[in-house]
Each structure stands twice: as C-alpha cells, then as structure tokens.
Design a protein around this ligand. Structure first.
Ligand SMILES: NC(=O)c1ccc[n+]([C@@H]2O[C@H](COP(=O)([O-])OP(=O)(O)OC[C@H]3O[C@@H](n4cnc5c(N)ncnc54)[C@H](O)[C@@H]3O)[C@@H](O)[C@H]2O)c1
Length: 255
C-alpha cells in the first residue's frame, strides 16, 4: 500500500488502535493528522486536540483540519462503562457529525473507515430503530430521537456500535454514487488496548470466559491497523458498505 501524497485524518490517535493506524499509515507515506481529547504519544504530521462528544467542539476541530482529506478514520470511542449519553455522543452522533462535516473535503476516490465492534453483530435484531436513528438528519435531531427512545446503560455500547454499522451500510451507497467516496466499518473482536479492562467489566466474567475458549487470544492493535489501512487504500477501491470483522474468527464460532 502506498499513501504518498495522501492526507489522512484519524481520530483516537492518542492510544490503542488509532495510534497504531497512524504509525502504520505514516510509515507507508501518508501525512497523518490526529484528533483526540488527549495529547498524542507518537509523532504525527499534525494534531487537533478536541473533545469529539460535542457538536460545537467537533465544528471547531473541523476548522483546523486540512482543506483536502483523502481518508477519514473514525477510531475514537468510549466503552459501555461510560455514561450512556457519552457513549451515544462519541460512538455514534459525534462520529456521524464529523463525517457529514468533512465529506465535502474528501475527493472522489476517498474513503471513510468507521471502527465498529464484534459486539455490534446483533444489529439485524433492531434494524428498524437503527435505520430510524440513522435517518435523523443532524446531531441535534439524533439527540431528540434518543430522548424519545432511551437506550439502557447495560447494553448501550452494543446498541451504538449496531447503530454505527446500520448507518454506515445505509449511508455509504448514497455517498459512493453521489461523490465517489467509499465508507466501511472495521469490526474488531477483543484487542489488547487500555480499553480492554472496561470491556471485561462491561460484559462480566461469565461472558468473557465463554469467549476466551472460542479464540486463541485478543488481537494486538497492529493486527487491526493494516485492515483499516487497506480500506483507506486504492487497493479497496471497489469495497464500500461493508462491516469487516477482524476478530481471529471469533464471530464465526457463534453460528
Ligand atoms: N480494544 C478493544 O477490545 C476493541 C474492540 C472492538 C472495538 N473497539 C473500538 O476500537 C476503537 C478504538 O479503541 P481502542 O481499543 O484503541 O481504545 P483506547 O481507549 O486505547 O483508545 C480510544 C481513544 O479514543 C479517544 N477518545 C475517547 N473519547 C474521546 C472524545 N470524547 N474525544 C476525543 N477523543 C476521544 C481516547 O482519548 C483514546 O485515545 C473504539 O471505537 C472501540 O470502541 C475496541
């Protein structure tokens, strides 16, 4: 993969999967601009410190981003141990708002990659409500929808990853046809990053033990980053509207 001459914006670059993706894409020649609420721990070509949970702070961050963005990777996310309102804002509403705001800067052939999760796999069970949320046109309208359709704390992480998958899949073809911009999800299974302990707390020991027997080990962040890079690259130019699992085969054991 060759990213020379490409400018790529990545959120969540101050930790875990986002940091590894930034490192890899820079090695392959990309100019990488990171966005995170925390300071970066690696070398980047530019960095915007921003809280991606608020519409106003996302708008302010967008003003500091380059005029041309060849790819946008939405990696920043919070676990289900965070309050449900924050999970909704960071993992779905804010991510969607950033895509909508940045779209006009992505040229034909560009790409958006959203990080979902294996925990969003049950989206078909709630397809109608996820479609309805996805059809709300704005961040504020999404908040109003959620006020009328509250989401339980216990399953909010799964819910908003499901919503992200459904929105990505349904929105992608509209943008691909109209603008030539592809949009896909990458769905990791457990990954050894600082957030993993929160997932264990969120799911409970019983579920974690059940999954532990189904897989070799959690992934390393540098086993997920190349898949994100592939979906940013020209090599995937005819891939759009998919949710690609990167889980060492874990999902297939639930068939
Ligand atoms: N680690 C896993 O097991 C796993 C599994 C499936 C999916 N994921 C998803 O992968 C993505 C990356 O997770 P990770 O494992 O690298 O976690 P991480 O905690 O290591 O990194 C998350 C990054 O997002 C940033 N972030 C969080 N809230 C933010 C906000 N409001 N504004 C700006 N930045 C914010 C954090 O500062 C951090 O740098 C997340 O979307 C997560 O849901 C992780």
């Amino acid at each position: 993969m060759n990213f020379h001459g490409k400018t790529i914006v990545i959120t969540g670059t101050s930790s875990g999967i986002g940091a590894e993706t930034a490192r890899l894409l820079r090695q392959q020649g990309a100019r990488v601009i990171g966005v995170d609420r925390n300071d970066p721990m690696i070398t980047l070509d530019g960095f915007v410190k921003a809280d991606l949970s608020e519409q106003s702070t996302i708008d302010a961050a967008v003003k500091q981003l380059p005029e041309r963005i060849d790819a946008l990777c939405n990696v920043a996310g919070v676990p289900g141990t965070a309050p449900v309102d924050l999970v909704a804002r960071v993992n779905f509403l804010g991510l969607r708002h950033l895509c909508q705001r940045v779209l006009e800067r992505i040229p034909e052939g560009g790409s958006i990659v959203n990080i979902s999760s294996i925990l969003g796999a049950e989206w078909p069970q709630r397809l109608d409500i996820h479609k309805a949320l996805g059809e709300t046109p704005t961040y504020e309208a999404g908040l109003a929808f959620l006020a009328k359709h509250p989401v339980p704390q216990e399953t909010c992480y799964q819910y908003f990853k499901e919503a992200l998958i459904v929105w990505t899949l349904t929105q992608s073809q509209k943008w691909f046809l109209a603008k030539g911009v592809r949009m896909n999800c990458v769905a990791p299974g457990p990954v050894l990053t600082p957030i993993l302990g929160d997932f264990v707390q969120m799911l409970g020991q019983e579920r974690v033990q059940k999954d532990a027997h189904r897989m070799k080990r959690p992934a390393l962040a540098d086993e997920v980053a190349p898949v994100i890079a592939f979906l940013c690259s020209d090599a995937s130019r005819w891939v759009s509207g998919i949710n690609l699992p990167v889980d060492g085969g874990l999902a297939s054991t639930y068939l």
